[in-house]
Design a protein around this ligand. Structure first.
Ligand code: 5AD
Length: 366
């Protein structure tokens, strides 16, 4: 290992140049980076992996993001919305497995019917007999009243990826209108913090024209925004999206995968007590990609509990895994891989980010 990498890994504070250097290491130096991140994880948040059952509630989306397979403009998408029973079946499964939390994710809508439907689901999940499940939402930009309403009903975490913290790159990824505005996204994140949510964000890695400097900027943005939870994964092209035309300019998938692991590791060095999810997109490149991220500092996995018949319709990117993660054999395999990575599984607890308490001095008990 070169002496400068060893020196950078010993530093208390990483400068932008250090981050850019670490994001490019390979081989033995990459292993040293990942090991350093795993040691920080072990010390600050423990060798634990928390499960959140992921429920992809609906693929109907009012947005038209240039990278996403379920964008409004993709007319090949077969719209679906889960029934209450389908949602509650996934919730029941999480409860039976003693996973402490569920995540409700969907395409973005802000009409009254949608807001009320989500509200009703949150209440039903909170009323689940015998279990107090934590609820994370991943439902895009909403107004303050909606964030507050869902929080009052029992949701306590919210994921809203900034996608890229460089406003110029962000603009290349989204239509130029008020609905997709960078500043609005930023304001939403601040609103979520103001409304007391455990606030999550993240970015895509390996986007067309994205540089190492952009990625370092993303990590510093996450640190400076004092974010509690992070989900970052490789960008994977989708043929029915405008960005597909840049596919020949991208770094190879395998390199995007390795870069996503290094991003995870550097983030863990920068933000020691946050929760970091092992992104599903890693699994689209490698069947056990998410487990690799646990060795790089991630501590959350969100197994997909959406009924399998809808998987093909929630296709954000190519090769999005369609495995049935709701089978005992699958879960046992996942658990074995997590144990092999050196972690215990955090059963029967919400597994909240330690950082929230550090940041706010508060704890949420609902
Ligand atoms: N590749 C990787 N991730 C994607 N997402 C959407 N489209 C893609 C893609 N083509 C991610 C976005 C979004 C999350 C729900 O899925 O970051 O926030």
């Amino acid at each position: 290992m070169s002496t400068d990498i060893a020196q950078i890994l010993r530093k208390k504070e990483l400068a932008r140049e250090d981050i850019i250097r670490l994001l490019q290491v390979k081989g033995e130096e990459q292993e040293a980076l990942l090991d350093a991140a795993y040691r920080v994880k072990a010390e600050y948040v423990g060798k634990y992996t928390y499960f959140r059952g992921l429920i992809e509630f609906s693929n109907i989306c009012s947005k038209d993001c240039f990278y996403c397979g379920i964008r409004r403009g993709n007319k090949k998408v077969q719209p679906y919305v889960l029934s209450d029973e389908e949602v509650m079946q996934a919730v029941r499964y999480s409860a039976e497995k003693d996973w402490g939390s569920v995540v409700i994710q969907a395409g973005e809508r802000s009409d009254t019917a949608f807001i009320e439907r989500i509200d009703s689901l949150i209440k039903q999940i909170k009323a689940f007999p015998g279990k107090e499940l934590g609820i994370t939402l991943s439902l895009g930009d909403q107004d303050e009243a909606t964030y507050r309403r869902w929080f009052a009903s029992g949701a306590h975490r919210y994921l809203l990826r900034i996608e890229s913290a460089n406003p110029e790159l962000y603009t290349k990824l989204h239509p130029c209108d008020a609905r997709h505005d960078f500043q609005r996204r930023l304001d939403s994140l601040k609103l979520l913090q103001k409304c007391d949510y455990h606030t999550g964000t993240g970015v895509m890695i390996g986007l067309p024209s994205q540089t190492y400097d952009d990625l370092a900027g993303d990590l510093l943005f996450i640190r400076d925004m004092d974010i509690d939870m992070i989900g970052m994964g490789p960008y994977i092209e989708h043929e029915d999206t405008p960005l597909y035309k840049y596919r020949d300019t991208l770094m190879p998938l395998q390199e995007r995968f390795e870069l996503a692991l290094r991003m995870t590791a550097v983030l863990r060095l920068l933000m020691k007590d946050v929760n970091i999810a092992a992104a599903t997109a890693l699994q689209a490149i490698h069947p056990h990609g998410r487990e690799r991220a646990l060795r790089a500092g991630a501590n959350v996995i969100m197994p997909n509990l959406t009924p399998v018949k809808y998987h093909g319709d929630y296709s954000l990117y190519l090769n999005k895994p369609t495995v049935n993660e709701e089978t005992d054999a699958y879960v046992r395999g996942l658990e074995a891989h997590i144990h092999a990575a050196g972690d215990e599984i955090g059963y029967g607890t919400w597994g909240d980010p330690v950082h929230y308490k550090t940041r706010t001095g508060k704890e949420i008990n609902k």
